[in-house]
Every structure is written in structure tokens, then in C-alpha cells.
Design a protein around this ligand. Sequence first.
Ligand SMILES: [Zn+2]
Length: 616
Amino acid sequence: MQDYSSLGLRVGIEIHQQLDTRHKLFCYCPTIQRDAEESNFEFFRYLRSKRSEMGEVDRAAKEEVARSKKFIYKAYDTTCLVEADEEPPREVNREALQITILIAKMLNMEVVDEVHMMRKIVIDGSNTTGFQRTALVAFDGHIDCNGKRIGIATLCLEEEACRKIEDRGDEVVYSLDRLGIPLAEIGTMPDITSPKEAKDVAAKLGMILRSTGRVKRGLGTIRQDVNISIRDGARVEIKGVQTLDILDKIVEYEVLRQLSLLKIKDELKKRGASVVNKVFDVTDVFANTKSKVIKRAECVKAIMLKGFAGLVGKEIQPGRRLGTEFADIAKTFGLGGIFHTDELPAYGVSKEEVEALRARVGAGNRDAVIVAAGKATRVENTLIRIVERAEYCLAGVPEETRKANEDGTTSYLRPLPGAARMYPETDVPAVKITPEMLKVEIPELIEERARRYTKTYSLSHDLAYVMADSAFYHLFEEFAEKIPATTVARVLHTAPAELRRDGINTDVLEEEQFRMVLELIEEGRIAKEGADEALKILCENPRATKDEIVDRIGSASDLDSFIAKLVEEKKDFIAEKGANAFKPLMGLVMKEFRGKVDGKVVAEKLNRAIKSMLQA
Ligand SMILES: [Zn+2]
């Protein structure tokens, strides 16, 4: 267990939450997700390095241009020319602004007098304009988490980026459906001092956001970025954490990575290590290679790291080495990866080739050689960047933007953007905040609602929280007055969860369907035990009427008694024929129930009845 306070750990979280508005932030398109297959039009762009109005070229932007990628965008009948950047943006969506003000109040923040849109340079192609529009709405707030006050520095209203569909290395495919969905961005102060606290603060902020009832739910609708630093380390921004479960692990692993890099720095200094600032062409060394990757490459180049032997292969996060950091860079430049001498000979590269390689670049046994193969300019740009990264090993931890992997480790994404990233958006008029707009009603927090449910309906703590956090909590409250609360919770939560476990798609169940089942129980037309079956029927056919449901559940119970009676009557026949009794009996049941009950259901039930008869 690390002593995080002695390491000087500081963590800040940035939460991006999609708002549940009728239309997008700068146009009137709906905020719905589309299937990329439904795209009716596509176009492409290349990124040019655009100077900001301050006249500097951002270092992150410069690197992206060096990667020279083609960006393809998929459009739909639910997107317009604003998303395609063929028409200027409309005025700021007032509904989105109002929700953001509500969030500001819930985070005890100061709202600005006037909202001004800014342009933040975006360099990965995820926005057709090359920038993201963002506006500061509130500042200087706080929340209390486990008795500790955590500062909330800023709250911005911004536009969501495109959804990435495919990364083909030198081409990236984006979907326009997500571009322009309003997003609230909450940035905490770096007041968080342990991995667990990071997770708790993010959970609390998520709970507050959902308490508004005005935010989108489900995977991908909320994302966390985490800023992490330790003393003597550097500020590293980790992007795109989609689930809370790994947030503590991400912090833990980043601390581990920074400590490992600091150890490597000390060792390199002790060895008097250095990086030779030169890219060698070594294509001919591999003229007869058995390595498939190298063989099909247009050219092979190498760089020499003096005194690095053994350290390139050193683990810095579980399953990730210093060499993996170099390979990450190669990947962002569209190459498959790199080879390094700490792991060679291997992958079809022979001992003789390694010796020839070392001789060519003048490397001894204490040095490391990094090899990249592919298109000439891509390989050259990649290795120039890796030289820079390797040089930084002698200084310590580089400031950079990284992306979260599913296991809690992270991969290099790009340099941390410089301060030249923001400039004013002149196409969108500023919005003055009036006293009227600040009059918002603060909703009950989900955690307070859960406490109320435990008391009023004597539900368990967990079930009360699930109901309070449900998008259908108002249905719960309405029906818990009329039928037992546990039955309502079964319909809204437990039964759908079980259906999902059985592989049934319950996404079609909306308020209308839940209400129908709850009313059927309230009206006494189906028993509470029939709830699961009723929901299952609605999953298959969301438009089923109440009468149809009652009919089908009725026939299902008739079917059960018919099968029970039949199997009892044909006991001897079953004993004699065994499993072969199924076919003739199936014929008898279907004669009675054809058109009323699904044949598959009949077969299942009959099979089960015959089996239990045989086992008896
Ligand atoms: Zn639009």
C-alpha cells in the first residue's frame, strides 16, 4: 500500500456529462444516437495546422499534423450542415444553458454575468471545425465528500465531439450523430489525495448530475478525465474513463508509472546515459529477414539510446514497459509498433541481424536500439518523436495526455496541449444571464430520496437506492402508494435485470410498458407472479395491448395444466418410450394450443415435464 500523502499526490477530476435536451447545442437536430450503417452521406477532411489568433502553433496540434491522417465523417438524416461545418452555428440552446445553471447551483457555484463561447483547438479530427465550442458558465464552487470539502473550479457548457467508429491507422472514421450534443464539463480543484477519494468524488458528482433528471444515461453519456501528479513527477491528463469502477486503479497505476519513470531517470543518470539525435536507415540490414512485419515494410530505420540497455524492457505499469511507451507513440503515428534490443532476437529477427544492427548504429551491449518499419516518412517522424521522448527519460516524467485502457493502465495519446488553445468564437452571440434565469428549483438528491424510500416503504438500503436512482423513480412513487413497494421494485428493476441475464433485450421497455404492467397488477388482471411474463411479452412486442397480455398469460397457465395432465395420463407410454415420447405428445399439445402459444415455448415446457417424469 502506497503512502499517497508522502508522495504529494494531487488529483483533479473533469467530468463530461451529456445533457438530455430536445436538440443540439448549436442547431435543431435531435440528440439521438444512430447506427453508422444508417448513414446516408459521408465526406472527408485532412487536418491542417491552423495558427491560433495568438500566432503560435500548438505543440499537440503540430504533432497531429505530423501524423498526417485522413478523417472520414458519416452524416445522417438527423444531422445538418452545422455539424458538417458548412453552415454557421445557431444561437446557444437555452434549454442546455438552463440545465447548466441548475447544475451550477447544486455545486454551490458562482454563475458568470454573461456566457461567451470560446473555440478550443481540437486536433484529433473529432470535430469537423477543428475546434470545440465551450463556454464558462460558473466557477468557485464545492461539494462535500466523506466529510471533506472538494473545490469545484469550473463548470463549462460545451459541444460533444464526434463518435469515433474506426481507427484504420492512417484513416479515422467518425460519426456526426454525437457531434453537438450539449455537454456539461465540471472541473474539480486538485484537492483529491488518494485513489479511493478520486472514485468517491466522481461517484458523488455523478449522483448530483443524475439528481437533476435532465442528463443522459447509459454507457458513453458520462466520461471522466483525471489529472494526476506526484511530487517530482508531472501533470498527466488521462482521458476517457467510461466507468467509475476503474477510477481508483487508474490513479494507483499512474502513481506507479511516475515512480517507475523517476527510478529509470536516476539509473540513467548514474550510467551517464544519452540519446544519439540521429535516425539511421537500416533497411539493408534486414534484406533477408524472416520477420513478416519488417519484410513487408517499405523501409526500416533505427535510433540509438546510449546506456539504456535493460531499461527499455523494464515494467512501469502492470504489463507495460518503457518500450510500450515508445510503441504507443508509433501507434499514434499509424505504425503497428516498434522493436527494441531488450526483447531481441525474437519475432523472426535473428541474432545475426541484431548484431549487424548494433554494429551499424555503433551500439554496444550497454546500449539499446529502437527499430521501426513502414512507410519512410511515417517511420522518420515516429523515430524523431521517440528520440525526444527518450531524451525526456533523463529529465523524468513528461507532461502528456494519455488514454485510459480497460484494465486501468494508460497509453500515450499526445503532448499536453499548450495555453494557445483557446480563442473567442465570434459566430455565436454572448448570452446575458438574467435574474430570471438564476431562479432554479433545486431537486431532491438521489441519496436523500433513497433515505426517504427506506423509511417510507421499508425497502432494503440497496433496493431503495436503485429505485431512487432509477429513471422511472416517479413511477415507483406513484404505484408504491397502491400496491406493495417490493412488487413495484420487482417490475421496474429485478424482473428486467433477470430478463437481461437470460439474454432478452429489455431496451424497448419504456415508461409506457412499465406503467401497463403495473396497472394490470393494480387492476388485479394479472397476479404479481405474472409480471415477469408480461414484461417478456412486451420485450418481444412493445405495442402489445393489455388484453393481449392477459390472454397470453392466461393461455400460458392453461398450457401448464394441460401438459401436467397429459404427462400424468401418458405415464406408462413415457416410461416405455423414454425421450421418444416427445414427438407424439408434442402433436397432441399443439393440436390444442396452435396459434395461442409459441411452439418453442410448448416444446420447452413439454420437454421439461417429460424429463422430470422420467427422473421421478
Ligand atoms: Zn444539426
